[in-house]
Design a protein around this ligand. Sequence first.
Ligand code: SF4
Ligand code: SF4
Length: 402
Amino acid sequence: MTATTIPGAVVPAATPATRVDGGLLADIRRFGAADVNACFSCGVCTATCPLVTNDGTFPRRMIRYAQLGLRDKLLSSRELWTCYACGQCSEQCPQQAEPGEFMAATRRWAVASYDRTSLARTLATRPLAGSVIAVLLAVILAAFMYTAHGPMGGSSLELFGFIPSDLIHNLGIAVMAIVLVTGGAGLAAMVLALRRSVVVPPARPGRAVLAAAWRAIAVEALGQQRYRGECETETRPWYRQRWFVHAATMWGFLGLLGATLLDYGLELLGIKATGTPVPIWYPVRLLGTVAGLALLYGSTLLILRRARAEERSLRHSTVGDWMFLVLLWLAGATGFVLELALYLPGAPAWGYAVFLVHVAVALELVLLVPFSKFAHAIYRPVALFFLALATSSAEPAGEGSR
Ligand code: SF4
Ligand code: SF4
């Protein structure tokens, strides 16, 4: 990859110099983009995209940046994160430039560029190394916990007698610390890139910031307003539509994470020790059960659709995509099996093995948040926040990405 600096810039910009990266397009192709050299900026994708409002250059402006080698422009683009990979633009592109896939690949590339460890790049571009890392990580976590295991017996499964809850809690804290440091560094890199062009309204900036945060996090990231609305064109029943499957997976994982944290909180408050048997309707257990079922449902459909390449946007999968889905599915499936195993008479040895896999996979999923597809859950709301802030300051369309 080569990088040169050309004073004076190729496109209009407020910056004194624009870096041109001659290898940018080739680099993005490693993340799954098609050859977009054929794109001649006809605008069909712009006319097709359901998310276009008053911006007449989305999404083709991103392709232009890549063609020109404008790495910094792509990294500081908020609009890159507004695309929900519906693939409608790719269906209509007369040049088969696959603009929807280009956007998805560029987001993977952006995640890898913000990441300082190169792990995100390895997971997305090196199938063998990525697979080995994913398996090794789970094995190391499971082996580490197994070294401290207690007895496998009793009249029913005594999971936290087998793996002490203190060990799991301490491992969880260590994993969260790693995520905060590595994810925080990536987020800082993104924010530095994005904020260059944001104008906070001079009048009541605090109110504008709060409104932008509400719109980005509550309305879009959690409520998926535009994903449900403009981007959903399917005639399938609601429970099989893209947005619902995506929401079930996301809410399922968040629910499981929330149940785990609540359980830990109850122990810290002296209300309930981790592992104390409680009935199925006990709120924390109920939350975990419902969330596990949602996660299992969503991740199973996502895996099947990707395997069948049912939709245009699913025709290209990286090892990172697969690894992420398989880990999610394993977390949901093992959690559900454990729920059933707790009702079985005796204490089946396989129940303890499933518990070990469940905890190792859950820890790995959290550990890989900054490097896997999960990183979208961090970066997308931040980009949408800056976009909402720019919109509230009445910034011209596409301003921040010029
Ligand atoms: S990606 Fe395709 S549809 Fe979009 S501007 Fe380029 S050639 Fe036209
Ligand atoms: S994939 Fe869908 S949301 Fe993304 S740019 Fe294309 S039409 Fe728009």
